[in-house]
Design a protein around this ligand. Sequence first.
Ligand SMILES: Cc1cc2nc3c(=O)[nH]c(=O)nc-3n(C[C@H](O)[C@H](O)[C@H](O)COP(=O)(O)OP(=O)(O)OC[C@H]3O[C@@H](n4cnc5c(N)ncnc54)[C@H](O)[C@@H]3O)c2cc1C
Ligand code: SF4
Ligand code: SF4
Ligand code: SF4
Length: 405
Amino acid sequence: MKLKYIVTGNKDHCCGCRACEQACHAAALSMKPDGEGFLYPVFDEARCVDCGLCERVCPMGDPLLPVDEPAEVYAAKSRSEKLCMSSSSGGLFSEIALHVLEKSGAVFGAAFAGDGSVHHVAVESADGLGLLRGSKYVQSDIGDCYSRVRDFLKAGRWVYFVGTPCQVAGLRKFLRKEYDRLLTSDLVCHGVPSQKMFAAYKEWEERRHGGKIREFSFRNLKGWGHSIEFSIEGPQPGGTRKSVRYLFNEFSPYYHGFIHGLMTRPSCYACPYARTGRVGDLTLADYWGVADVFPKLDRRHGVSLLLANTDKGKSLLRAISPRVELHRSGLADAVRENWNLAHPTPKPQERADVYRLLDERSFDYLAKTLFRYPHKWLWVLRYAGVKVLEFLHLKPVVKRLLKHR
Ligand SMILES: Cc1cc2nc3c(=O)[nH]c(=O)nc-3n(C[C@H](O)[C@H](O)[C@H](O)COP(=O)(O)OP(=O)(O)OC[C@H]3O[C@@H](n4cnc5c(N)ncnc54)[C@H](O)[C@@H]3O)c2cc1C
Ligand code: SF4
Ligand code: SF4
Ligand code: SF4
């Protein structure tokens, strides 16, 4: 057996996709969480028949899946304001998913389960799409979805699979052949925290607000920019519900830890997929810096960055074009403010202590120390300044001046 992670024991070599576990017919690999709450394969040598399949399907093993450089780059958004408002950026995922569902296909993506954990699931009707909509900033458990995708494809159905690039690469390596009816979208990916950290954060919010979290959204568009919003029921089950919303995401300790890369999976800091070459037919992302490139575009309900990487991706865009606004852009503009399209998130020094502090102290301790934004009002001033510069179309000029200082 030569599965890279099992051979090296190096956590940089495993993204937790479960492709090896699902491919092994001898049940010699099973996924177990480590102390930080991230899943890794555990090897049972006695069961292994040395077939080499796990090594071939691993998206972090050599050789990596060949990637496609984007053929077309767009600033894009759905023409439906309602879809944009319930999505993370421009609602492109929903428009593509609706198109596949109209062909009696199945859509695979990440959904919250009843206990608040996040798993990949299949949806076969438009009513179910709400479960998948919206980014969940925690690692989604793939479960047995790769096998289920293969079953759908073998039955001649269309499948649309959305996930982080390593999950899309894991699926494509697991399938070991191309299917005409498989369409994939990868996300530009900042990295993923563990479900253990997310559960600890939710318990912290529940204690603070005296009740149980019932609905949770990482990217609510009702306030100023994107912000975490959830509803709290309590103190008794079935009691009254109140809505809690952060004014800015940065002020939520969980988001602060996420965006600063303080609690990300080890493999994310060495991610081989944080690059312009992509593994999905399409890439979905936020179009950071869109105001500088398309100053007149209405951005109130979000704008996506959309990359069409393959011929299949390009044909899909032609098919949904009546339902979406597409503005042709360039890769250099796309990468300028979206640097996870070109580099993995750097590992901060403090990362080494974060999960130990969670165990030895508590989430409350992290919220008051490493995950705390120290100067909130400075952040608000900076945010307001950027918005004013965007309004006056002066942001690129000021950035150039600061760069040449
Ligand atoms: C962990 C994570 C990190 C990201 N980092 C960046 C970034 O650095 N820069 C950037 O521009 N964009 C990033 N994105 C992508 C961005 O937040 C939006 O998901 C994307 O723009 C699509 O928006 P939408 O409006 O088209 O779709 P939405 O309706 O918001 O749909 C989101 C899609 O993402 C899938 N999804 C949600 N959560 C997860 C998850 N945890 N794992 C796998 N799939 C998931 C859903 O199944 C759905 O298909 C990230 C997303 C995630 C989940
Ligand atoms: S080599 Fe084959 S039998 Fe052994 S763990 Fe890998 S897939 Fe399973
Ligand atoms: S990256 Fe996926 S296939 Fe590779 S070892 Fe980890 S779980 Fe297995
Ligand atoms: S950063 Fe890379 S390794 Fe981490 S979840 Fe995203 S695609 Fe996977």
